[in-house]
Write a protein that binds this ligand. Sequence first.
Ligand code: PGA
Ligand code: ZN
Length: 415
Amino acid sequence: MKKACIEAIKARICYDSRGNESIEVDVKVNSFIGRACAPKGASTGKYEAVDFNPKGIEASLKLLSDYSSKLIGFDASDPYSLSQLLREIDGTENFSRIGGSMAYAISMATAEAFSKSKGIPLYKMLLPNGPYLMPYPLGNVLCGGKHAGPGAPDIQEFLICPLGVKNIREGLKINIAVHKEVRKQIEKKDPYFTGGKGDEGGWAPYVKDEEAFELVSSASQIVSDVFGVDIKLGVDFASSSLWNNNEKAYIYNRSKVKRSPGEQLDFIMELVNKYHLIYLEDPFHEEAYDEFAELTKKLSKVYIAGDDIFVTNTYRLLKGIKMKAGNAAILKVNQAGTLGDALNFAENARKHNYALITSHRSGDTSDAHLAHIAIATKSKMIKSGVVGGERLSKLNELLRIDEELSGCGMAKLEV
Ligand code: PGA
Ligand code: ZN
């Protein structure tokens, strides 16, 4: 049988949802084209793969011609060995030579081209024997922090999870209903609300954190009563953005509050009790393994997810596992750089019973690969906003997959 090899690679500059430049790559395998365009974060972790060569996106593009001959003819069936090759070609820890965006786009486009050449969907190519379960949609309904303007809350993301739903279609419907209801609640408080949204499509009102919790909580309650479905709240503190290392404190500028690590812990416990939160992402900054561990000891039935602290890096995750820091991990393929590295991270997380949450970036593209990655990695949740074309491209893909599988059960949550 003819081996499925990379036959051609072409890269170009495209734009992400914030209008920033990104790298898109076409890879040809057995005459089938796979295409991927890299997303880009704003509240990035210190240890994640960097997007481009320090000389800029053009430098990353130009370099491709130097090493493309090493990729042409390479086996397209194995994302792990392709990752290895890309790491060898790059020669740095964080893809700062060829650019993480290039590594991402080459590895993802190759996987897509290979799966097309075999006539199977990407999630089945990556997880041939199942089981296939739908991740719960974790939807951002209110934005703050680095994803919104200076009047919005300090906390980056106010999230909802439709715990009580039976299938993904119902899940999306509920999240969209809450998103709409949050707007109504905001307008009750501020009749001049402009309808402004943050980068991930959640509303960006002029409110402080506490008011934002109240707005999202009452909107969820209203929708929950209408649909008779349990809806829970979560939050991404994106604490590395709040942390001031000189002051050794979390600075909540808009609320004019400064919290020591101990006060941050108390604040989190208060919020969990008051709003019945089931999901806490980056409650502490990216070096705070000890504080993550302390919180994990205090809370059961709450996902404590590491994003900036683990940065989809297996080494950093294994340290967390050893210290019992958190019990869940965000999976962002472009943080790792390549699909193979991200899959390796996911395997380690699952092996140690860390729940996976496959996630978009604040600057995303209209690619739908995220839906396939979430299913293939047996993620418990998918974080991909609620509205906006670049968010719905992934969520709508879940609906198509659900249809193809003739209805697929939801992942089993432990909250
Ligand atoms: P980013 O934020 O994509 O801007 O890094 C998303 C997140 O922190 O989860
Ligand atoms: Zn995050």
